[in-house]
Design a protein around this ligand. Structure first.
Ligand SMILES: Nc1nc2c(ncn2[C@@H]2O[C@H](COP(=O)(O)OP(=O)(O)OP(=O)(O)O)[C@@H](O)[C@H]2O)c(=O)[nH]1
Ligand SMILES: [Mg+2]
Ligand SMILES: [Zn+2]
Length: 378
């Protein structure tokens, strides 16, 4: 990782003489036009002389998965607070500061302009620096997001051919499936596992609604995942089965809960921490395409830690994983790399393929192999 380096960026409408930051600061102090200066920052290339001369101090940040420019707050711009983005609704976000206060926040347009690579300048889980907006009559705390910290542990998917970051700054991902209603779909588990492998976020496989089936039916598949070193937890939000194990996994961690709609993600969270009081689907409402949870939202757990509940995924399109990478992200297939007759073996139709041989001999799980082919070639 490269060390962040500070830069000065000057926004100028024309090629008039460069203005040093000192001039601007001095003018600011002389006239005290804080509000006006704020507006002029937003109106890059606007008519006023001030906007053309505005110099912003910021730094280029690179943190493995993100690369962008963040604006550092001016020392003269008043109080700034650190916080966490709980959820995002269009242009406005709810931020909780480290001292527990909630702020309805908008993002400085300049942050959006600078982050050309990112469609979403602010996402759920972001660590931000905010500046409270004073003198608001509405009674709601309002603030301006001044800076977004570099991200780690982001879960993204593809949406309309673009990257959609669902959540960021998490250290584990709970991949929730249901044993039944909706029908058990291990392929979705496999897809989410690839994302976990790629991003380095620790996966925990949770199979909910085990009250609806005979547990022994799941033994083979639990065996397959456990052998690869993945943690698998059987649960029932109905009977409470497995709740203590799940709670132990969440204490003092930052987790995101993902999976198909209706598998019981919100129900599980309510069960382990009733204070969350999340909305869950009414009994018997199995209407297709209906999400009970509609936006990713971060919640503080009463026993320590944070959890992000997300809307159900219908089909999870992987982002940032190129087809050639898929094989190496399958933990069970990976050891067979470079063991086939052809160095460019795709492990689909070739003879003397170490992967296919392993499947034929029962050393590799057939369903996992088929899952690989589906993800790789469809
Ligand atoms: N039988 C049984 N039903 C459950 C269990 N957990 C949840 N349910 C039911 O499953 C339905 C869906 O639960 P939710 O918690 O809303 O599911 P979700 O995964 O949060 O769904 P989205 O928010 O749409 O993504 C509700 O009617 C729950 O009562 C369980 O362990 N057993
Ligand atoms: Mg939900
Ligand atoms: Zn092969």
């Amino acid at each position: 990782m490269k060390k962040p380096k500070k830069l000065r960026v000057t926004f100028r409408k024309n090629r008039s003489k460069r203005t040093r930051i000192d001039d601007w600061t001095q003018r600011f102090e002389e006239h005290g036009f804080e509000e006006e200066s704020e507006i002029s920052v937003e109106r890059i290339g606007g008519k006023s002389e001030l906007s053309r001369r505005r110099t912003v101090i910021g730094e280029w940040v690179e943190s493995g998965e993100e690369y962008g420019f963040t604006i550092l707050p001016e020392s003269s711009s008043g109080v700034v607070l650190f916080g966490r983005v709980l959820c995002v609704h269009g242009a406005s976000s709810v931020v909780q500061t480290d001292d527990g206060r909630i702020f309805q926040s908008v993002t400085r347009r300049i942050l959006k302009t600078m982050s050309t690579e990112q469609r979403q300048p602010v996402v759920t889980g972001d660590r931000v620096l905010i500046r409270p907006v004073v003198g608001v009559v509405s009674g709601v705390n309002e603030a301006m997001i001044e800076r977004v910290e570099p991200r780690h542990g982001s879960i993204s998917r593809e949406s309309k051919h673009r990257k959609h970051v669902i959540v960021t700054n998490v250290d584990q991902i709970l991949i929730v499936a249901s044993a039944d209603q909706p029908v058990f779909k291990p392929n979705l588990i496999d897809r989410l596992l690839l994302t976990a492998e790629q991003t380095g976020v620790k996966p925990i496989i949770c199979i909910n609604k085990i009250d609806l089936i005979n547990k022994t039916e799941l033994q083979p598949i639990i065996g397959v995942y456990s052998q690869m070193g993945y943690k698998v937890i059987l649960l029932s939000a109905e009977t409470g089965f497995g709740m203590e194990r799940l709670r132990q996994q969440l204490i003092n961690r930052e987790s995101v809960v993902t999976g198909q709609s209706g598998v019981g993600k919100s129900s599980l969270l309510n069960m382990i921490d009733p204070a969350l009081n999340l909305r869950v689907a009414d009994l018997g409402s199995t209407q297709k395409g209906q999400h009970t949870t509609t936006t990713a939202a971060l919640h503080q757990l009463s026993f320590g830690g944070f959890v992000v509940d997300t809307p159900g995924l219908r089909e999870f399109m992987l982002w940032d994983i190129i087809p050639e990478e898929v094989f190496g992200l399958f933990r069970d297939l990976r050891p067979y790399e470079n063991r086939c007759r052809f160095p460019d073996c795709t492990h689909s139709h070739e003879d003397d393929c170490a992967v296919k041989n392993a499947v034929a001999e029962g050393r590799l799980d057939l369903r996992r192999y088929e899952s690989y082919l589906t993800i790789r070639y469809k």
